[in-house]
Write a protein that binds this ligand. Structure first.
Ligand SMILES: [Zn+2]
Length: 104
C-alpha cells in the first residue's frame, strides 16, 4: 500500500527538523518514496545553469522533499493539526477530523 496520509493541496504542519511548526500547502506527493514537497518548507538553493537569454541561471530557491511522516495534516475547518479517520459518504471515501469531526 503506497498511499500517504496527505495529498496535494492539503495544508500540513511540519513536526520536526528546522522547519518545525511551519505550515504550508502540499505541492507534490511521492508515494513511492513516502516523501512530500510542501510550500516554503525545506528550501534548498539550486544552482541553475544559464539556458539562453530568457533563463540566465543563477541560484534559485526550491522546495526540497520531506518525509511524509514528519508532517501532520491541518484540518481545514478547525485549523488544528490532527489525525484523520475515514468514512464512506455517498459512496465516496472522505476524511474525518479527529478533533472537530469535520468531513473533508
Ligand atoms: Zn477539525
Amino acid at each position: 500500500m503506497n498511499s500517504l496520509h496527505v495529498k496535494k493541496g492539503d495544508t500540513v504542519e511540519v513536526l520536526s527538523g528546522k522547519d518545525r511548526g511551519v505550515r504550508g500547502e502540499v505541492r507534490r506527493v511521492y508515494p513511492q518514496t513516502g516523501r512530500v514537497t510542501v510550500e516554503g518548507v525545506a528550501m534548498v538553493k539550486k544552482h541553475q545553469r544559464a539556458q539562453g537569454p530568457n533563463n540566465p541561471g543563477g541560484i534559485i530557491d526550491r522546495e526540497g522533499t520531506v518525509d511524509a511522516s514528519t508532517v501532520m495534516l491541518v484540518c481545514p475547518k478547525c485549523s488544528e493539526k490532527t489525525r484523520v479517520g475515514h468514512v464512506v459518504e455517498n459512496g465516496k471515501k472522505v476524511r474525518v477530523c479527529k478533533k472537530c469531526g469535520a468531513h473533508f
